[in-house]
Design a binder for this molecule. Structure first.
Ligand code: IPM
Ligand code: MG
Length: 352
């Protein structure tokens, strides 16, 4: 039986992972073991990424995570924050590729804030274990003692190897989709982006059936709002991918809709919604569990080769939305708002 490490984390994390577990149990038999991460781990074990969590994830076939972070831990020093736990997990499992699909559900067209009547179905391929997130950082005290000259730095660094492997993920994904890759960088300013662009262009030659274009990140941010339908696969660095995926999520109506899969060289992946821990609504039973439920579907597809079960979950989510059922974040004015458990019940009823 496949073993899933559950990392509920903070805020709404426990509620949404519980919802996803109910959906997983409806399509298969899995063994679960829960571990602490983030703020919950700081409180429970004095460290955002306890060794027991690392060992549990390494021993599991896959990992399902809720969210980390919250105001309670916001004043901790940078290297002790809840987010460090998530970054350490991604690093320790060498999950260098983060897939973040953002598509427009016809039923949620009214929740899309754009004046746009086309369709879009974008796959953001975000590099996840390099760049500024993992580069050298620190503080430099002023040499003169004048604290106004104290400074801080973070470093963006990419190796050819790191760009090559994420490029391959993007090109291979594009071959199974509409065959277009847009690589997003800031090559007009950053040396690391110039290397990124060179490597992308070199790898592109191995995939003649894929059309590859470069786009500067500021333009990409604008084009996403102007005409999201022009994007198919978008490949980008860790930080640009973080930012653009939040932007893309709003086009779908709510950040509560976007799942993600983080993968490395093995079948073991980390699956999590792209949204955060939403401390403002934690514990109220109103969080939208769809991003986490769709993340569980991605787990079935990418880690367990259970395509039919993954598709059944996705179809049940579609059918639930098509039936006009909504959580608060995607409800139109006047529409009834279902809680986390109620919308999960509706999705479960629609799993064939
Ligand atoms: C995300 C989140 C994380 C990130 C945070 C919580 C560290 O924003 O998964 O997009 O920046 O990668
Ligand atoms: Mg983010």
């Amino acid at each position: 039986m496949k073993k899933i490490a559950l990392l509920p984390g903070d805020g709404i994390g426990p509620e949404i992972t519980a919802a996803a577990v109910r959906v997983l149990d409806a399509v298969g038999k899995f063994e679960y073991e829960s571990y602490l991460i983030g703020g919950a781990a700081i409180d429970g074990a004095g460290n955002p990424f306890p060794d027991a969590t690392l060992q549990g994830c390494l021993a599991a076939d896959s990992v399902l995570l809720g969210a980390v972070g919250g105001p309670k831990w916001d004043t901790l020093p940078g290297n002790q924050r809840p987010e460090v736990g998530l970054l350490a997990l991604r690093g320790a499992l060498e999950l260098y590729s983060n897939l973040r699909p953002a598509k427009l559900y016809p039923a949620l067209r009214d929740a899309c804030p754009l004046k746009y009547d086309g369709e879009f179905d974008i796959l953001i391929v975000r590099e996840l274990t390099g760049g500024i997130y993992f580069g050298d950082r620190g503080r430099t005290p002023s040499p003169t003692g004048d604290t106004k000259d104290d400074s801080a730095y973070d470093t963006e660094r990419y190796s050819v190897r790191e760009v090559e492997r994420i490029a391959r993920v993007a090109f291979e994904a594009a071959q199974k989709r509409s065959g277009r890759v847009i690589s997003v960088d800031k090559a007009n300013v950053l040396e690391s982006s110039r290397l990124w662009r060179e490597v992308i262009r070199t790898v592109a030659k191995e995939y003649p059936s894929v059309e590859c274009t470069d786009m500067l990140v500021d333009n990409a941010a604008m084009q996403l709002i102007r005409n999201p339908g022009q994007f198919d696969v978008m490949v980008t660095s860790n930080m640009f991918g973080d930012i653009l995926s939040d932007e893309a999520s709003q086009l779908t109506g709510s950040i509560g809709m976007l799942p993600s899969a983080s993968l490395g060289a093995t079948k073991r992946g980390l699956y999590e919604p792209i949204h955060g821990s939403a401390p403002d609504i934690a514990g109220q039973g109103i969080a939208n569990p769809i991003a986490t439920i769709l993340s569980a579907a991605m787990m079935l597809r990418y880690s367990f080769d259970m395509e039919a079960e993954a598709a059944a979950i996705e179809a049940a989510v579609d059918a639930t939305l098509n039936a006009g059922l909504r959580t608060g974040d995607i409800a139109a004015p006047g529409q009834a708002k279902l809680g986390t458990v109620a919308i999960t019940d509706e999705i479960l009823r629609r799993i064939g």
